[in-house]
Design a protein around this ligand. Structure first.
Ligand code: B3K
Ligand code: ZN
Length: 847
């Protein structure tokens, strides 16, 4: 398939008014009968009917208005079925097809497949074409009627149930939708059920479907769904629009979850949770992803994307909405810091390497390669900036207009920006660059103080990215507050709008020179550089009223402690000691301040400064600093560790989780000097998985986890999700010099079911997350990963291509490492039969 270009978009030349599907499910020879009610858009200009669908579809019948067309008018290519215009009526007609497919052989988990005896589907982005011949593009929207035939007890599809008897279920979805939102499930499932009444009085049946035996771990998912439905009504005025909402948990799933209309399908790790098996982080993720998929009902389903270049229209907005939801359910300050950490670790990293692309790309070969941190997380940041610029009222008016104007549409980024322009009167021409230009801008700030006037001068620049050598200036909203020498805020937060490459802003009438708190709330996704001494950073860490800026001051101090000398370390250690002891502060915030930046983030920072990161040195320096913190503050940390227990039964709420996070932060630091004794005790007595996993990670790092690992596998050997953790922690937390050898041993373990995406990610993703281990100087981490990518590519291209991003920043390392990485990538690139997915990724990386 050639490169797809945004500029080549053309509407489909037919209208589609209804799709009827009839499936007889079987592991092999599932029969799919499809009837499509079509009409040419322009009868005076006859067009061929081009349907997507490749060699995997065994065509058994083809009829136009009940008649088989003359075979000379029918062509099949590797990826399409083409019926010549000459064989088509000039008026509305019905196309019927019948194909046979083999879900049991579908190891790519795209289209219709089997997972543990259950039939399920994944159609985004282009999976529907593996089920039947169809115009598989998001701008073709229609209603669906589906008949499912299967002896399995539960048979689900989109929309409302019409009937279910004698192994035949019928579903009708009245809301027009593109094929990527189609889904079906058939299996031996049980439901946790509840009901929800929408504010206009619609009574909705809610079900979370799981395998028998898993019901007691599905309650939290249901609670999260109900909270999401209420929140979307309260905050966005968006109601649910069907009589049922089904969620199904599936063990084999390529990503997190999928927003199919009325039938969300989830990776079981984002549904199932109990205190004994899931961590606080798992609970928070479940709540957020249930919300995300539910919110897609309006931002994604009712209003979808015109084409896949517009993917961030639905994903950026839906991430932004789920972030708002989590801030409302939990601590807004902590959530913002967590989101910035994720953005830096994943998106800034992506922007720094050969895979950098804008939130709205204008070319791709394989769209599944563009479900990235840039499309999702940066897509959400761009909306946050927009909201900053137009204000809360402007944002609310624009969103109302978006929903009224575009309900039922397949829309574009242009449509989205036009709504903001129309609702607020603001010209967004320059703002649009955030969507079309790749790269993380660097923002430099200098200060000048004279006679009561403070002048802040900012300079922005963005390094070149693939295909985009020149980067014009962008609009950057810079939230600034001023703090007086005594620690009081003298100027509350104000958003400066930078539009030039270089621009100054003044604050006058000031009595004494203030300390500048800048980029409050991380008001723009940029790398800020400002000359600031450690004492001033420590002052901000103590006094800033903006929690993000306060945390950021600590982060900057930590980075300076890691790269500068002894004095910087002393300043940092003293400052975080004060903060950790501050009983007035949220324990989760204190935990975030006590946690050192990760090795990956440190490497990204070093590379952004133009230097070459040395993974071994980063690892050693970071470990030393952690040890120094522990030595200096051992009494304080031991006190926190003992005090931050949570009495009573486990609860995943934010306050309890906050206390556990501070306790765990203290545990991690103390383990640098107590030999892991506390962790060994905690692993033995803790009854919740949060503390057990934290203790286990410490024990793995210290090489004393043998018996703990044994205990965990004896207890949970038959629980896939716990065993995924068991695999990943051993590699992720391993001493770097042993990580590859441990990964190799685990890959030979009888429970390493590599075709299961979660298990594969646990091991290979665990290694990629061990920065110094993956980047082992002898190239062994690269070779091991390449071997497995090659093997996985033959079974499941999406997973292989996704995991290949472990290499995405290879050019920033030293020459010997670069040579090893290039060899590994070239070994993959030259493979015969490589998938389009992995080929595109690897060729972009070695271009
Ligand atoms: N829209 C899906 C992701 C589909 C990924 C296709 N490779 C889940 C989500 O973002 O909500
Ligand atoms: Zn999404």
């Amino acid at each position: 398939q050639p490169v797809q270009h945004l500029a080549d978009y053309r509407p489909w030349p037919f209208g589609l008014t209804e799709t009827r599907l009839d499936l007889t499910l079987a592991p092999r020879d599932t029969i799919v009968r499809a009837a499509l009610d079509l009409a040419p858009r322009d009868a005076s200009d006859p067009q061929d009917l081009v349907l997507d669908g490749g060699a995997g579809l065994r065509l058994q019948a083809l009829r136009i208005d009940g008649q088989a067309p003359d075979p000379v008018h029918v062509t099949r290519t590797d990826e399409q079925l083409i019926i010549a215009a000459a064989a088509l009526p000039h008026a509305p007609f019905t196309l019927e097809t019948e194909v046979a497919i083999d879900p049991a052989d579908n190891t790519a988990f795209e289209g219709l497949y089997l997972s543990g005896g259950m039939f399920c589907t994944q159609c985004e982005a282009e999976g529907f074409r593996h089920i039947t011949f169809y115009p598989d593009r998001p701008d073709v929207m229609t209603t669906f009627r589906v008949t499912l035939r299967s002896a399995l007890p539960v048979r689900l599809s989109n929309g409302n149930p019409v009937g279910d008897a004698d192994g035949v279920a019928e579903w009708h979805d009245p809301w027009p939708k593109p094929a990527y939102l189609f889904a079906l499930v058939a299996g031996d499932l049980v439901a946790v059920s509840d009901r929800f009444t929408t504010r206009s009085g619609r009574d909705v049946a809610l079900n979370v479907w799981v395998r028998p035996g898993d019901q007691d771990r599905a309650g939290f998912a249901m609670e999260s769904l109900i909270k999401s439905m209420r929140w979307d009504e309260d905050v966005y005025g968006r109601e649910y629009d069907l009589d049922v909402f089904n969620i199904v948990a599936v063990d084999d799933f390529n990503m997190g979850a999928m927003e199919n209309k009325g039938l969300n399908i989830f990776n079981s790790k984002l549904v199932l949770a109990s205190p004994e098996t899931a961590t606080d982080t798992d609970y928070e993720r479940i709540e957020a992803v249930i919300a995300h998929e539910y919110f897609h009902n309006w931002t994604g389903n009712r209003i979808t994307c015109r084409d896949w270049f517009q993917l961030c229209l639905k994903e950026g907005l839906t991430v932004f909405r789920d972030q708002q939801f989590t801030s409302d359910m939990r601590s807004a300050a902590v959530k913002r810091i967590e989101d910035v950490q994720t953005l830096r670790a994943r998106q800034f990293r992506e922007d720094q390497g050969p895979l950098a692309h804008p939130p709205r790309p204008d070319r791709y070969e394989e769209i599944n390669n563009f479900y990235t941190a840039t499309v999702y997380e940066k897509g959400a940041e761009v909306i946050g900036m927009l909201k900053n610029l137009v204000g809360d009222d402007g944002y609310a008016r624009a969103l109302d207009l978006y929903f009224t104007r575009h309900d039922g549409d397949a829309a574009t980024i242009e449509d989205w920006l036009t709504v903001f322009q129309d609702a607020t009167g603001r010209d967004l021409t320059q703002f649009k660059r955030w969507y079309t230009d790749a790269g993380t801008p660097t923002l430099e700030m200098t200060e000048d103080w004279q006679d009561g006037t403070l002048t802040l001068t900012f300079a922005q620049s963005t390094p070149p990215t693939p295909g985009q050598p020149d980067k014009p200036a962008r609009v950057i909203p810079i939230a600034v507050g001023l703090i007086g020498p005594n620690g009081d805020e003298v100027t509350p937060t104000r958003v400066l709008e930078m539009t030039e490459a270089r621009q100054s802003f003044t604050f006058d009438g000031l009595g004494a020179r203030p300390v500048v708190s800048v980029l409050r709330g991380f008001s723009a996704p940029v790398m800020l550089k400002r000359p600031l001494d450690d004492a001033t950073r420590a002052f901000l860490l103590a006094h800033d009223t903006d929690p993000f800026a306060r945390w950021e001051a600590g982060r900057e101090l930590a980075l300076s402690a890691l790269t500068q000398g002894d004095a910087a370390q002393k300043a940092y250690i003293a400052a975080i000691g004060t903060l950790a002891a501050d009983e007035g502060a949220d324990p989760a915030f204190r935990a975030l301040c006590l946690t050192l930046p990760g090795e990956e983030e440190i490497a990204t920072r070093i590379a952004a400064g133009g230097a070459t990161p040395d993974p071994d040195a980063i690892h050693a320096t970071r470990s030393d600093l952690a040890r120094r913190i522990a030595l200096t503050h051992q009494d304080l940390l031991a006190g926190l560790y003992d005090a931050m227990t949570v009495p009573g039964a486990y609860s995943p709420d934010a306050q309890s989780a906050a206390r556990r996070s501070l306790r765990i932060a203290a545990l991690g630091l103390l383990s640098r000097i107590d030999g892991g004794d506390r962790a060994a005790v905690l692993f033995g007595i803790a009854s919740n998985m949060t503390e057990r996993m934290a203790a286990l990670a410490v024990l793995v790092r210290l090489g004393r986890a043998t018996s703990a690992l044994q205990i965990l596998s004896d207890e949970f050997g038959d629980n896939r999700l716990v065993m995924d953790k068991w695999f990943s922690v051993q590699v992720m937390a391993a001493p770097p010099e042993q990580a590859v050898a441990i990964a190799r041993d685990l890959a030979a373990h009888r429970d390493f079911d590599w075709q299961n995406p979660n298990r594969f990610r646990a091991l290979l993703g665990g290694l990629a997350a061990n920065h110094a281990g993956f980047h082992a100087a002898d190239g062994s981490g690269y070779d091991f990963t390449a071997d497995w990518l090659i093997r996985m590519d033959a079974a499941n291209p999406q997973i292989a291509a996704r995991m290949s991003t472990a290499f995405e920043i290879w050019p920033r390392y030293d020459a010997p490492r670069r040579a090893h990485a290039r060899n590994a990538l070239e070994r993959i690139a030259t493979l015969a039969g490589l998938s389009r997915n992995t080929r595109e990724m690897v060729s972009r990386m070695i271009a």
